[in-house]
Design a protein around this ligand. Sequence first.
Ligand code: ZN
Ligand code: ZN
Ligand code: FE
Length: 762
Amino acid sequence: MKSVAGAAPIGSPARQAWSVAVRGVVQGVGFRPLVYRLAARHRIAGWVLNGERGVEIHAEGDAPSLRAFVAELQANPPAAARIASVERRRVAVEGFAAFEIRESERRETPSVRVCSDLPACDACLRELFDPGDRRYRYPYVNCTDCGPRYSIVRGLPYDRPLTTMRDWPMCAQCAREYADPLDRRFHAQPVACPQCGPAYALESAGEGVLRGYDAIVQTAAALRGGAIVGIKGIGGYHLACDARNPRAVAALRERKFRKERPFAVMVRSCAGARELVSLDERAEALLRSQARPIVLAPATADLDGVAPGNAELGVMLAYAPLHHLLFDAGAPRAIVMTSGNRSSEPIAYRDDDARERLAGIADALLVGEREIARRVDDSVARAGAWGVTVLRHSRGYAPQSVAELPAGDPILAVGADLKNAVALVVRGQAFVSQHVGDLEHLDALDSFKSTVAGMLALYEVDAGAVTVAHDAHPEYASSQHARTLAPRLRAVQHHRAHVASVLAERGAFETPVLGFAFDGTGYGEDGTIWGGEIFSGTLAGGLQRVAHLRSARLPGGDAAARFPVQAAAGFLLAAPELHDLCDFEAEPFSFPPRFCQARELLEKNVRTFATTSMGRLFDTAAALLGFTRPITFEGQAAMWLEHLATQAPGAAAYPFPFDGRELDYAPLLAALVRDRLAKRDVRRIAAAFHAAVARAVVAACDALAPERVVVSGGVFQNAVLNAHLHERLGERLWTNRSVPPNDGGICLGQAAIASFPNVEPA
Ligand code: ZN
Ligand code: ZN
Ligand code: FE
């Protein structure tokens, strides 16, 4: 504790005391040491501590020094911090002689924002590769500017005993760094070194265990040799192989039961990324951002089997020190890094689980001793002319607060059954969890339940005291779990939640909007399958469904999502004017027998449902242009169609008229079929289809004349469609910025609607 020789000594009338409360991401990011240093510079006495809601400061000094102190704090916060607000008020002078960092206080429910996991910083990377440094080649190097956070937190406040580093007592040197406010590692909770911290070991069947740096060198060599290695990262295990080795990539697909869904690729630097994709300034900034997401960008290299039939490739930069060590030790320049699981099970994050589940997939396992508190997948994002779209909200983003809602009592929103994520509103802060996945898998359902329990536990919210918002779909597993949690439930219609997610992000509670929710499927109020819905109203006053896609039929219901020709049968036969266009089993369509079977279901009216799904209209268009096989992952046919459209920009739009109530798809499909019969270039047809969907949105806007237009739902992940819309609607258009437009963002919309308890569904 240093004594402060202030300009306004204790007892002087010039001396004031301020209480300063800093909110936002301010814990675990080196905030208190910064405050300590600034206090010394401005000759301020008092204290700083981590409270339940953020950083609390008691500062005493003369008024100009206090002002300068707070101004500098706001102007130059630590790199990883995000200040939401700084509040200050005069309090009584207590006569402190020095400035100190106090231990955290516990009084009430914490609502502090937990920092997301951070990539290795430059200073740590320099140490990592400095032979003279005591952390030379140490894969767990970290400091207050970098390292794991959310993935090691077991409870709040963020302190070492409440992290997975609890079981690693610090050596004398680490303890000194940890205790010195002027050290880069002051209160860096995961601080460790080769003497006292965890290590990595490579386990391969028949070849025993290799520990330490040798394990990393051997892993790099195995990857070079074409092996598949399970590698423990920050939020779980990756399965890795050489992205330029088609045999390794094919083996990974076969063993993982993942037929065509794209793999992401990790590279060491932006230069490495530029060998694979074309990066504009925005995409590069996103790639380098603190979240270090997988960035989707136009592919320029042909990596056999990595992202088959895809215009884009997902790339990410090395983020954990271990990744940098692997590249340095001679790993291939581009490594497939896909989640460590089979098919679409949740990613393995516990060592025993990884040994068991990855045994048939990985040739070897690089196991790290630091435990992971919860699974956190890699995030996925894209940078467009209109900003960043997050497609999977997970590592680097979760569990940040993405919105402020007027809710008083806590709200838990359990999301949807596909691409599940959950949201918790505490004191008006909406925290969105990491990506959970598709709840049809039993493991994913367990993961969902533990994510819900984990979020409630982290913020010490009693499940009995919370309002639980859930999808209106009665058979959703998430809805069923909601019913077991709390007596206070709020069912929220799926597509309203999509629109509300955008309004919540913008804090637009009273703004009247026209909202478009286009996706594959969601439970509609009339019991039919919705997915092409237009709403009017406000978040606070309710969103009224004012229009929708012309209703079609869907033989087989939700199961039809796997077969584009099944959707095509439903759309083509639901509109009488399309019946006599041609024979779809003949050239050039050559629909397989499933089309015929679907037609029989329709004719007999068995297992056939009404739908307004825009996603199924995209499937229909894809089927008509040649995608007649079943899909192997959600959204595949629409992505295939989008890929075609990117190759023929500027095609004129097909008609897609709006009569004030309905968007009529029949003229659109008729024109598409005619052009196909006339052997027009399918790429131009795909482009004209995208332009038509955009034109339909604009036509509805022209007819209903809203000031503000909102679009959300899985269909709006489509970059071609978004480019059209932004061009035509400009600043009037609001899209998702923090949560995904797909069902990963549903939880936020549910929470937003549930924070207005008196509004009944319109
Ligand atoms: Zn660092
Ligand atoms: Zn140590
Ligand atoms: Fe949806």
